[in-house]
Design a binder for this molecule. Structure first.
Ligand code: DLL
Length: 436
């Protein structure tokens, strides 16, 4: 391992027993600080008759109350900060779909720790100081741009802070500056791949080797598509502003789940309905507790992301638990005729069908008392302009395949090539017309 790479084996490969001891010590310190400094936590603990000293083992964590987005809204903007504002050196926010954004803060130590965690996931994904990293995440209040930027610098890579959008310029820079690593959302990687193809550029003439994609869910089929079209190795990484931003979890080159930085975060899986902690290996909602953050600690934050954890040691040697690609969010899950449907399940089907473009939108509506799901797909031009009969047979085949996976009938609709809006950041896959 080169010295510039951030491979902290003393933590990343720690035997579980030692890791749990470290987690407990850091948790106890965090609980003492939030109880003293954050009225919201103190009140919640007092309501349940709990004091930090009651947490004597990691299993006691389940006694503590959850923190939700609603708590953050009620304490907008700085009410959840555990340090005075003069110790905060950076502020980011996450834009919710409704109401005020969530404001998050970082001390100097937090920024150092964050850069280090991102550097770890970038190292795990194959980035070294020899790389030229093109960051096509938005810079600004979104944590994606700055988070990945500081992580790349920590490794010693050459960073191009391109930010999102301006796709023709992205490609020009990629060609001229010989970018070797691309960092953006997976949907934006597809948009760039489309444009590269449209401009008649042979991806083999580019210098790209690796892609780190995150910020939104994407399927295995989408990975295969991006890897072959851009001729790179693509890894997934996960994070959320409330916890730190990117750097919470990332895949190594075995691409078999995203290693969670368990020396900084404790992960639990709960049943989103009953809120009970589920046994290892269960599918449920990820709940995260930060144990080394100063400015904005989060205790049992409900992420709403549905996943499962694998605690077995990875072939790469890391002992940190791996979270599977998220299946969606508990609040994005569509219930169609009583069946739970995640957009990612539909994506898996579509991307595997020859002729389907990886651009789709799901439109949910209500006809009478019944929910209906329309899957709008873009297809290659030869199919779109094909004769009616062939088109109908194609739609029929797509509908049947989705039906067999979901167990619920959907309507499939062909839309004109390039008519589904392309996003520079996160894609909007679902339009729910039932919500007014
Ligand atoms: O998206 C942080 C981030 C930036 C992560 C860049 C990775 C790369 P938020 O804007 O607060 O933060 O959105 C967080 O996005 O709860 C998930 O629902 C979703 N999400 C993020 N990464 C992934 C991923 C950033 N790899 C929310 N797979 C999270 C699936 C993801 N969903």
């Amino acid at each position: 391992m080169q010295s510039s790479q951030i491979w902290e084996s003393q933590h990343e490969c720690m035997p579980r027993e030692e890791l749990e001891q470290l987690q407990l010590e850091r948790l106890q310190a965090t609980l003492n600080r939030v109880y003293k400094n954050v009225p919201c936590y103190r009140n919640k603990f007092n309501d349940l008759g709990i004091v930090p000293e009651d947490v004597a083992s990691l299993s006691d964590l389940s006694k503590l109350p959850f923190t939700t987005k609603e708590d953050l809204r009620l304490n907008y903007p700085y009410g959840m900060f555990a340090v005075p504002l003069r110790e905060v050196v950076r502020i980011h926010s996450s834009s919710g779909t409704t109401g005020k954004p969530t404001v998050v803060g970082y001390t100097k130590n937090d920024l150092k720790m964050w850069s280090n965690l991102v550097a770890r996931i970038m190292t795990a994904a194959g980035v070294t100081h020899d790389d030229v990293v093109q960051i096509a995440f938005g810079y600004g209040m979104f944590t994606g741009g700055f988070g990945m930027h500081y992580g790349s610098e920590t490794i010693g890579a050459a960073v191009i802070p391109m930010s999102g959008g301006n796709s023709d310029k992205q490609i020009m820079i990629m060609q001229d500056y010989k970018s070797t690593a691309l960092v953006c959302t997976p949907s934006y990687a597809v948009t760039l791949a489309d444009l590269i193809e449209k401009r008649g550029i042979d991806p083999q003439t580019l210098s790209l080797k690796v892609g780190l994609f995150g910020g939104e869910p994407w399927s295995e089929a989408m990975r295969v598509e991006i890897e072959s079209r851009l001729m790179i190795s693509a890894t997934d990484n996960y994070g959320l502003s409330e916890i730190i931003g990117p750097g919470v979890a990332g895949e190594c080159l075995y691409k078999n789940g995203m290693h969670i930085a368990e020396d900084a975060f404790i992960a639990e899986i709960i049943d989103p309905e009953t809120c009970q902690v589920l046994p290892p290996g269960s599918v449920g909602e990820l709940v995260l507790t930060t144990i080394s953050k100063e400015a904005f600690p989060m205790i049992r934050y409900r992420t709403r992301d549905i996943t499962t954890l694998d605690h077995s040691v990875c072939l790469c040697g890391r002992t940190m638990a791996r979270m599977k690609k998220t299946m969606g969010r508990s609040d994005d899950m569509l219930i169609i005729k009583g069946v739970n449907v995640f957009p990612s399940q539909i994506e898996e089907v579509l991307v595997a069908i020859e002729g389907c473009e990886p651009h789709y939108q799901l439109v949910v509506d209500r006809k009478g008392a019944l929910d209906v799901l329309e899957v709008c797909i873009e297809v290659r031009e030869n199919i779109f302009f094909d004769e009616m009969k062939k088109q109908r047979a194609f739609l029929d085949m797509v509908g049947k395949r989705i039906d067999s996976v979901l167990g619920v009938g959907v309507t499939v609709k062909l839309v004109e090539p390039n008519s589904i809006p392309r996003h520079e950041g996160k894609a909007q896959r679902v339009i729910d017309k039932r919500v007014v």
